[in-house]
Write a protein that binds this ligand. Structure first.
Ligand SMILES: NC(=O)c1ccc[n+]([C@@H]2O[C@H](COP(=O)([O-])OP(=O)(O)OC[C@H]3O[C@@H](n4cnc5c(N)ncnc54)[C@H](O)[C@@H]3O)[C@@H](O)[C@H]2O)c1
Length: 348
């Protein structure tokens, strides 16, 4: 890439409208599959990345976080919030945007919306975990929490893991109605359920994506049968969990980045040295994932910066040769790099 300084100063920006067009352009299941592949490839080179637990700013209503990482060539970060009470006010629980930069120059090379992209990457991540941990014969999933993330979660498991039936449950029946209506005609059998007991019947995979800034017990141990794989993605903050600790105690627990998950994940309920396996080790073939058909596997997903990096780099490639971005005049670019003040003067 031999771009002139003036070209480097213009940064491709993917708006929400263009992200939605990109999804239609690529096809949602194909895009989920491709982002899942990107995540898998990056998890295989896990050791190469800069890693740090995300940097949170908590309030009594939610959290605002920054999630940075770098592979030495590209640097990326996401700004993301989590505000469980937003939905009641007609606002999104989770919103985000992100940036990629060239490590050699420090210049940004992409700015993108990440509210929609986070839903795609979170679903792709669950699909990667499910692919490596669930029983290969799994075809039925239970989706507990039928909000913004739910349809993405279901379609990713359909596309990547061959799920053909989704059982839905939410404490708010209108969320279940919305989820079922959105998935109509998309090639997956939908069963609406009235209780946690009903939703887990016959499910090989249980995904929880509920939002509450509390220790919740969405799943108790008696609800989890032998051999089930659980993706618990809603508990992603200190003081915010979804599973009874007995479920966590019985399961083999797989995590993204332990220093972050021990603060934010289901395992915050357990001792600081509760045994966990890093999922990247399973993906890289270094450690066995599921060891038996009766084992309960738990992906304690909190969302890690490398997943956002993978998704942003995917978008950076996918928009090339399309009109699905516009250029932002984001980097000041004086003809003489030392004459920033002169450039400001001349603009008067
Ligand atoms: N792990 C990750 O990477 C990741 C990424 C994105 C979002 N999240 C988390 O996932 C959760 C869901 O996000 P969203 O954007 O779909 O939120 P949302 O507010 O759109 O939907 C959450 C749904 O959960 C339901 N719910 C709440 N308590 C419940 C209960 N006890 N039983 C059943 N349903 C219940 C609500 O009625 C709502 O429909 C949030 O907590 C969010 O922070 C995690």
């Amino acid at each position: 890439m031999n771009l002139k300084p003036s070209e480097l100063a213009m940064v491709p920006f993917v708006s929400v409208a263009n992200m939605m067009k990109l999804i239609h352009h690529v096809g949602i299941e194909k895009m989920l599959t491709e982002i899942a592949h990107e995540i898998e490839e990056d998890f295989k080179r896990w050791e190469l990345f800069d890693k740090t637990p995300r940097i949170p700013s908590h309030s009594d209503v939610g959290v605002i976080e920054l999630m940075p990482t770098s592979d030495g060539e590209l640097y990326g970060f996401k700004y993301v919030n989590g505000h469980p009470k937003n939905a009641a006010a007609g606002l999104q629980t989770v919103t985000g945007f992100g940036l990629l930069a060239d490590v050699r120059t420090g210049y940004p090379v992409l700015v993108s919306e990440m509210t929609v992209l986070t839903a795609l990457r979170t679903a792709a991540m669950s699909a990667v975990a499910t692919k490596h941990l669930a029983q290969k014969s799994a075809r039925t999933m239970a989706m507990i929490g039928n909000g913004a993330q739910s349809e993405f979660q279901i379609l990713a498991l359909k596309a990547v893991c061959g799920i053909d039936t989704a059982r839905l449950y939410d404490i708010d029946p209108s969320a279940t109605e919305k989820c079922a209506a959105n998935l109509k005609g998309l090639g997956i059998k939908i069963i609406k359920c009235q209780s946690p007991e009903e939703v887990i019947e016959g499910a090989d995979i249980i995904t929880t994506a509920t939002a509450d800034k509390n220790y919740q017990t969405i799943l108790t141990d008696n609800l989890v049968g032998a051999g089930v794989h659980i993706n618990a993605i809603g508990g992603d903050c200190p003081g915010k969990t979804e599973l009874h600790r007995d479920v966590v105690a019985r399961a083999s627990v797989f995590v993204e980045y332990p220093p972050q998950t021990r603060i934010e994940g289901e395992i915050q309920q357990m001792d600081a040295d509760h045994p966990v396996t890093e999922l990247w080790q399973v993906i890289a073939g270094r450690i066995e994932g599921r060891k038996s058909a009766s084992e309960v596997t738990l992906f304690d997903g909190v969302g890690f910066a490398i997943e956002d990096f993978s998704a942003l780099r995917y978008v950076q490639r996918a928009i090339k040769g399309t009109a699905l971005y516009r250029e932002l005049d984001m980097i000041a670019d004086p003809d003489d790099p030392r004459d920033l003040f002169g450039m400001v003067l001349r603009a008067g």
